[in-house]
Design a protein around this ligand. Sequence first.
Ligand code: ADP
Ligand code: GN1
Ligand code: MG
Length: 363
Amino acid sequence: MTSHTQAAEAARHFLIDGRLAAIAPYGSGHINDTFCAVFDRRGAPARSILQRINTAVFTNPAALMENVQRVTAHLAARLADEPDRARRVLALIPARSGQPFHVDAEGGCWRAYRFLEGARSYDAVESTAQAFQAGRAFGRFQQLLADLPAPRLNDTIPDFHHTPRRFAAFEQAVAADAAGRAIHARAEIGFALAHRSMTGELLNAGLPERVTHNDTKFNNVMLDEATGEGLCVIDLDTVMPGLALYDFGDMVRTTTSPAMEDERDLSKVDLQFPMFEALVRGYLSTAGGFLTKAEKDLLAFSGKLITFEIGIRFLTDYLAGDTYFKIHRQGHNLDRCRTQFKLVESIENQEEAMNRLIESISI
Ligand code: ADP
Ligand code: GN1
Ligand code: MG
């Protein structure tokens, strides 16, 4: 875990005016260490986001930051004529060295972003209006990046959404049982094994490669505090070539059930049809123009598959002894896995109606 002192030391290395007045951990991401730094600018406080990139997960931070620079520059150019454009795209603050990131004495990689004021993220969805806004914002993100000039973006994590490889890693974790926990997860292991047959379906559907976000969970979009509008897509570490449905599937996972990802009361975890409808309408309002029929036909399925995929990733990490995702209590990854699998069941029960809805909207 990164200390307050390390963060304060790193903050000095960025082109930010003023004197550092306060710095504190921020947000609830599972991978990077995020801080909010407050600088005193002639008596007025000014905030910045400072992040230490998890280099165990992102092993080539220079390639990652090259993607982030290219993507944010492209988005900024595409949005140049929009009102309030400075709050519609993340803006990197360069290091004093001129580099896009700073490497500290221990090898830690840091970057800074301009703070998006008057906007916030939510860990759980609260209304159909929010679901619509999330779908619309992530769809627009894909739309704006459709003409990103060559070359292809770097793969920051190869095979990130390759569900069959995720499944193979899960099977290996069961076999190794490194933390001796398989006995506590018998039901979940059984659930996962029973769903093996669907893991290759998206990959085998011949869908087009696009520039996608790949981590479209609801707390990775900032909503305007005054209007509720989906203002800015954040957390760009996994923006790379992928399938549009990886993004839509992760939106279904995090934007259709009002429960937190680690909710222990599974009766609260359920796909709420009106949330799903709002999400689809929002997504198609921006992505509907470029998606192919094959992609539209698999929208509901992608929700089931990506929810399952993240579920087996949580289960794999639980079995391996919690080496990947940050945890805040014992059994945290198992709790997270359980909510995912409960949501998969809920989607299975409603999949026909979900498909009928999509057909009725997209003709
Ligand atoms: P992680 O990869 O750990 O999920 P994120 O980049 O998503 O990190 O940031 C964590 C949280 O910090 C977000 O959910 C959001 O609330 C907040 N955040 C991130 N970037 C900004 C920004 N530029 N301005 C304001 N808040 C931000
Ligand atoms: C991680 O960084 P964060 O918290 O937005 C993970 C995603 C998972 C998500 C589950 C690089 O996202 O793939 O879907 O947790 N990011 C990475 O909440 O593995
Ligand atoms: Mg995030």
